[in-house]
Write a protein that binds this ligand. Structure first.
Ligand code: TMP
Ligand code: ASP
Length: 262
């Protein structure tokens, strides 16, 4: 049974609560969909559940190849138990194929396959619309140290290599994606680990043959059938729907919901 404490943070697609033990949190996936820094908003039933499962699957696999991350375990359909970290205020974007803001900003033809993965950094700040920044800004404003940035880059390329292969194996091109990292304090030791989520909300995923978009661009571009697309990704990853929840979730107040194991 997992005890949820007070709400620590609410973002556009997730809420973080205090977890049952010091240093832990509960990450709750909402059904809210936003794009263009909250200018476009909607609720898409089932999105949170799918992202929870897909992100759990990817982070577990990354852990197995030695990429430390904040996931402890999934608790139920919408929630994960996580290690609380101090989020580094950067969005790390990795691109294998040019599309989205890169094509608009630099006039690169959509779909151009890049010879090498390209890393871009954005400053994580909603009020400023997460602006693109250079490595020099990160160091000048001390958002991360040079050592942290080197570790972030190394981990990011390893994550990209792994994910390109994983998705290629199920007939999907990993076009681009976004990562967030955080500082984990354990005693007097601090290390940078992967945080947040990796899901069709934070990746661009195209079917290898048809180039059908299987990600949040379905919402951004009003293509429709977002849930079907996320479900398709889950199915191909062999993540199947659950009939019942896996643990009891106890809310501090005012309700306690008991969901039976099958
Ligand atoms: P972009 O082409 O809009 O810059 O997006 C690049 C990748 O980053 C794409 O996979 C979507 C993801 N992304 C997020 O996860 N969150 C964001 O706020 C933005 C702007 C992009
Ligand atoms: N997540 C951002 C927003 O909510 C942008 C995006 O994913 O397109 O506006």
């Amino acid at each position: 049974m997992i005890h949820k404490g007070k709400k620590l943070y609410e973002g556009k697609a997730k809420i973080i609560y205090e977890g049952p033990e010091k240093g832990t949190g509960v990450q709750h996936f909402k059904d809210d969909a936003t794009a263009f820094n909250n200018l476009k908003k909607s609720q898409i039933e089932g999105k949170g559940v799918l992202n929870n499962r897909i992100s759990e699957h990817i982070l577990k696999n990354l852990n197995q190849i030695g990429i430390k991350n904040h996931l402890i375990k999934r608790i139920n359909m919408r929630e994960q138990l996580i290690k609380l970290v101090e989020i580094i205020p950067l969005e790390i974007i990795v691109r294998n194929i040019a599309t989205g803001s890169l094509t608009k900003r630099l006039g690169i033809p959509d779909g151009t396959v890049l010879d090498h993965p390209l890393i871009e950094y954005c400053y994580k700040n909603d009020d400023l619309g997460d602006p693109l920044i250079a490595k020099e800004h990160i160091l000048a404003f001390k958002w991360a140290t040079l050592d942290e940035l080197k570790k972030i880059n190394d981990m990011t390329f390893r994550i990209n290599d792994f994910m390109v292969g994983m998705f290629r194996g199920i007939g999907i091109k990993l076009v681009d994606f976004k990562l967030e990292f955080g500082r984990l304090q354990e005693g007097d030791k601090q290390e940078v680990i992967l945080a947040d989520e990796i899901s069709p909300d934070t990746c661009r995923l195209w079917d290898v043959v048809s180039e059908k978009k299987l990600d949040k661009d379905r919402f951004r571009k009003d293509l429709g059938n977002l849930i079907e697309a996320y479900q398709e990704v889950a199915n191909r990853l062999k993540i199947f729907p659950e009939q019942h929840n896996i643990t009891e979730v106890k809310f501090n107040k005012p309700t306690s919901i008991k969901i039976k194991k099958k």
